[in-house]
Write a protein that binds this ligand. Structure first.
Ligand code: FPP
Length: 250
């Protein structure tokens, strides 16, 4: 089998077989606050650095040949954070979306959003809708930004929508299958992530892609998200490629 190797300056990443890449990688972008605190900076500076890290990793994922990248940008629980911090994250999202609209046209990156966009400020919501609309014409690499997203909330919304369809006579409870139910998720039509990465040393799923992660491989690393590099992504993929996935079989 032909092996391709990626050589990154400074740190030498582990070897990755580009013929066996995961189709869909998801990332919990964690550790922005600690990254800033360790440098004596306000937490918000960590989110600015985290947003740059997102841009680097999204670009590299496309170059590498991944088809889908899903990132956890803001959870349904993150509203509990100080107003200033929430404002900074929302501001960053607005800034990045405005820039992304131009970059998408150039690079043909498709952007989608998973989450309840209704409670976002109207300007950000409009930008999300606008980005979605423009993206519809592109295929190829797709980035899904989870925004005001919660895994349990996603499942409840799917149940409500499916129940309403049943009430309207469009479906029958005894005919519900996993694949039918998947179509009620934000991720409808997108394959489940084979690999979920969580930087920053935390070892939990934090309500991320609860339905879609049933058979995902997890990769945890102590690296904080703003420091997460292309080499770290390659190391995560190399670890994934060494694993034996049995999906409950032998
Ligand atoms: C978790 O780190 C990070 C967040 C809740 C926000 C993530 C947002 C960004 C990376 C910026 C905007 C995103 C895009 C897609 C442009 P934390 O604050 O919980 O870190 P800590 O655990 O060290 O406190």
């Amino acid at each position: 089998m032909e092996m391709d190797f990626f050589h990154i300056k400074k740190k030498r990443p582990q070897q990755v077989d580009t013929n066996l890449l995961p189709i869909h990688v998801a990332i919990i972008m964690d550790g922005n606050g600690r990254w800033a605190q360790r440098r004596g900076l306000p937490r918000t500076a960590g989110h600015v650095a985290g947003a740059e890290s997102f841009r680097r990793i999204a670009t590299f994922s496309k170059e590498l040949g991944l088809q889908y990248l899903t990132v956890y940008a803001f959870s349904t629980e993150n509203w509990k954070r100080p107003q200033e911090e929430v404002g900074t994250i929302m501001g960053l999202l607005r800034k990045y979306l405005q820039e992304a609209i131009e970059e998408m046209a150039r690079d043909h990156i498709k952007l989608e959003f998973f989450g309840d966009l209704q409670s976002l400020d109207p300007e950000l919501r409009d930008l999300c809708e606008q980005t979605r609309e423009i993206s519809k014409t592109y295929d190829g690499f797709q980035v899904n930004v989870c925004l005001n997203y919660g895994g349990r909330d996603e499942i409840l919304r799917a149940i409500r929508a499916w129940s309403a369809d049943c009430g309207a006579g469009m479906c029958q409870p005894d005919q519900l299958t996993e694949s039918v139910f998947s179509n009620y998720m934000y991720s409808s039509g997108i394959p489940d992530p084979e690999l979920i990465i969580r930087p920053s040393g935390e070892i939990r799923t934090s309500n991320f892609l609860l339905w879609q992660s049933a058979y995902s491989e997890y990769y945890f690393t102590d690296v904080l998200w703003p420091d997460f590099s292309s080499s770290d992504l390659l190391n995560a993929i190399a670890s994934f490629q060494r694993r034996s996935r049995r999906f409950g079989g032998v």
